[in-house]
Design a protein around this ligand. Structure first.
Ligand SMILES: NC(=O)c1ccc[n+]([C@@H]2O[C@H](COP(=O)([O-])OP(=O)(O)OC[C@H]3O[C@@H](n4cnc5c(N)ncnc54)[C@H](O)[C@@H]3O)[C@@H](O)[C@H]2O)c1
Ligand SMILES: [Fe+2]
Length: 454
């Protein structure tokens, strides 16, 4: 409150009083990809833009989707298969240019988060033909303009159990010129339908299963511990201005907690045995559930700091994760998020000890009322959770901190500078977003320092 000590004449900033639940329609099932042609026909598509990437184009999910389009009489479609994994400004511009010239009535994305996000952007900038990329990118990096026009219907078929992009209004891009990622987050981008086919992750490498599963883990943990929606300021003057990421709320909580429990149980099983189809199926469900959770509540510190971790890698460490069939350096999104996990939740624990205690109980495979959890004083929950997350990551063979992917102490300041513009997520971080007048720099420094090695 010291920050308010100077008399202020302006009206007090009002806090949020409502939350909204938005998610795509979702269909789950083994082999449901084959229905997509009928869906697009039912939607009276004039011409479909099919988005995928060069790997997936050769694999059953894309082949099945295309066969399903071909099975329809008079359903023209065009395929764009140049999506880049962890898309960049340049790769988005290429896709947008393609979409603008093909003028399709409907969009279909078959792929991981990179494909689905690229299709969202292509759709947006097909409808806003004259707009610049930065018009809709989150402030302060872009202008964050409201999306007032209706976008074309998009169907998303995920092929990774990770991003939950089939159900969210988020699309993430690497702004290469600034060495960090950021995105567009707006309900208008949500796919009309997510077709979640449990056969579609069967061809993922072990490394891809793990890194996309880590994304699910941190979507759930971050959304469950984000500041509550009623602490967010300012209250929007018009509902169109209410952000997609609103802070934790009772509906998102249910989805996030279920996804957290399911991931902690099933991701180690998938890592151990890539023939464990039951566990893979549960991970795919968890990925969409976490998407509903964080798509409404938001994510915070692990994601905010991951954006410069991924972005700076291209000019800095040039780390390339194994198991990724791409021709550029890559710290996969899920790994970049996990690197700060232990330190982040040690930092946020005091903001809501009971929520962090619940998370700790899940990692320990028990409930918060178990005496071994119940007896821990609130002040020590953070250090226990640090250990629990570090142990879980270690069990999956995740690099043990930023040094393990090539960063050094000399990079700390640049990593923090790259995280500070991520206000969309930092404003939801307890201990940062709810502290008036602070940007969180000192805390970020400490978290990055602590994440160097563990
Ligand atoms: N929109 C959102 O809400 C959201 C949320 C989290 C992350 N993201 C973004 O999504 C991107 C990461 O997406 P991702 O983790 O799904 O991976 P990805 O889409 O980047 O794919 C990674 C690699 O795996 C390959 N691949 C994908 N599915 C496969 C399959 N079934 N079999 C074999 N190979 C396959 C791809 O060809 C690619 O080479 C990042 O850019 C991240 O920032 C978006
Ligand atoms: Fe993510």
């Amino acid at each position: 409150m010291r920050k308010f000590a100077t008399p202020v004449d302006a009206l007090p900033v009002e806090k949020e009083y409502a939350f909204e639940v938005a998610a795509s329609n979702l269909r789950f099932g083994e082999g449901v990809t084959r229905e997509v042609g009928m869906d697009l026909k039912n939607m009276k598509a004039r011409k479909v833009a099919v988005f995928t990437d060069p790997n997936i184009a050769q694999l059953p999910p894309a082949k099945m989707a295309i066969a399903s389009l071909e099975a329809q009489i008079d359903l023209p479609f065009e395929v764009y298969d140049r999506v880049v994994a962890e898309p960049t400004e340049a790769s988005w511009r290429d896709a947008i240019q393609w979409a603008r010239t093909h003028d399709c009535s409907h969009f279909l994305a078959v792929g991981g988060g990179s494909v689905i996000d690229t299709a969202k952007a292509a759709n947006l900038f097909t409808v806003y033909k004259e707009a610049d990329l930065f018009d809709f990118v989150n402030a302060p990096v872009g202008k964050n303009l409201p999306i007032e026009k209706e976008l074309r219907p998009l169907i998303a078929i995920p092929t990774t159990a990770g991003t939950g992009s089939e159900t969210t209004g988020a699309a993430i891009v690497d702004i290469t010129s600034k060495s960090f990622k950021t995105g567009i987050a707006n309900r208008a981008l949500k796919p009309r339908l997510g077709i979640v086919d449990t056969l579609n992750t069967r061809t993922c490498s072990r490394e891809l299963h793990i890194s996309s599963g880590l994304d699910v883990l941190f979507h759930s943990l971050e959304s469950y511990t984000a500041i509550p929606y009623y602490e967010r300021t300012p209250r929007p003057a018009n509902p169109i201005l209410r952000p997609a990421y609103q802070g934790s709320n009772p509906v998102a909580d249910i989805f996030s907690l279920w996804a957290l429990r399911t991931t902690v149980e099933n991701l180690p099983r998938v890592a151990k045995n890539q023939d464990d189809h039951k566990a893979m199926q549960q991970m795919l469900l968890a990925s969409s559930f976490a998407g509903i959770g964080f798509g409404n509540a938001g994510v915070h510190l692990c994601h905010g700091i991951s954006y410069p971790i991924s972005g700076l890698n291209k000019t800095g460490p040039k780390y390339k994760h194994s198991g990724y069939a791409v021709d550029h350096p890559i710290i996969p999104h899920g790994v970049s998020v996990a690197l700060t996990g232990p330190a982040v939740f040690q930092f946020t624990a005091p903001s809501s000890p009971s929520r962090h205690r619940e998370a700790l109980a899940i990692f320990r495979g028990t409930t918060p009322s178990d005496p071994s959890i119940n007896a821990i004083p609130d002040s020590e929950i953070g250090s226990h959770l640090y250990e629990a997350i570090a142990r879980f990551l270690d069990g999956l063979g995740v690099p043990r901190g930023l040094k393990a992917v090539g960063y050094t102490n000399a990079d700390i300041v640049r990593l923090v500078e790259g995280a500070l513009p991520q206000r969309r997520v930092l404003d939801l971080a307890p201990g940062i977003g709810d502290v008036v007048g602070e940007d969180g720099r000192e805390h970020l420094m400490r978290i990055v320092e602590l994440s160097m090695e563990y």
